[in-house]
Design a protein around this ligand. Structure first.
Ligand code: BEZ
Length: 216
């Protein structure tokens, strides 16, 4: 399987709430199919290129925290335009230099079919490299959050975990996560849609800004 088997179409307009396009491709752990991850959370993320400084720090950081994603029942899957053998050589270098084995799959996408379908290729640059796009995909295969960073700014693993924790908490409690929310802190209740409750509320804000107590 040298080409991803799929009917992927280019898209720059994937949105939160869309079903993640399915694909099958070669990766560093063998063939992978996105839809095979249904039932678990999945973070699919692209990086500009193997053997580059920021990307190397991201992979060391992510592989070091692999257990934290696993505990949250979340798989990681990386992707770039580089070939499978480039991925292998880079992972070997990371293992030898940093003592970290990257065991989550890194997909090869030399034809950019997957990168274009997910809008991971910069529309502005004439460069074929994917940018640092991250998709948080829920167990139903739905895109629940996306981030996009430029090539020269590395992602924050604590923020990736915080986004995942927030999505899982709001699903579990039917609630809202406020600014700077961290796991274990109080969530917010959805505001009422009932005018009688608005007038009956004890003060001017408690009908729409109300906590739920501490949750995981
Ligand atoms: C980096 O990962 O360091 C990088 C990749 C592409 C362009 C610039 C920096």
């Amino acid at each position: 399987m040298n080409q991803p088997s799929s009917t992927l179409l280019p898209s720059a307009s994937l949105r939160i709430g869309d079903l993640a396009p399915d694909f099958e491709a070669r990766s560093t752990v063998g063939p992978v199919q996105l839809s095979a991850y249904r039932g678990r959370w999945l973070i699919l993320f692209s990086h500009p290129a193997d053997f580059t400084p920021v990307c190397t720090t991201e992979f060391v950081a992510l592989a070091s925290e692999a257990a934290a994603f696993d505990t949250r029942d979340c798989a990681l899957m990386a992707l770039s335009v580089d070939s499978l053998f480039s991925h292998f050589a880079w992972l070997r270098m990371i293992r030898d230099r940093f003592g970290i084995e990257v065991r989550f799959p890194i997909v090869e996408d030399p034809t950019l079919v997957i990168g274009r379908a997910f809008g991971m290729v910069s529309a502005q640059d004439n460069d074929s490299a994917t940018v640092r796009t991250t998709f948080f995909i829920d167990p139903g295969g739905v895109i629940r959050a996306m981030t996009c960073y430029p090539a020269n700014l590395g992602r924050s693993v604590p923020e990736m975990l915080r986004i995942l924790d927030g999505l899982q908490a709001i699903d579990a409690h039917g609630a809202l996560a406020p600014a700077n929310w961290q796991q274990g802190e109080p969530l917010l209740m959805a505001p009422t849609h009932d005018l009688d409750e608005v007038f009956a509320a004890s003060d001017a804000t408690s009908w729409f800004l109300r906590g739920m107590g501490g949750q995981d």
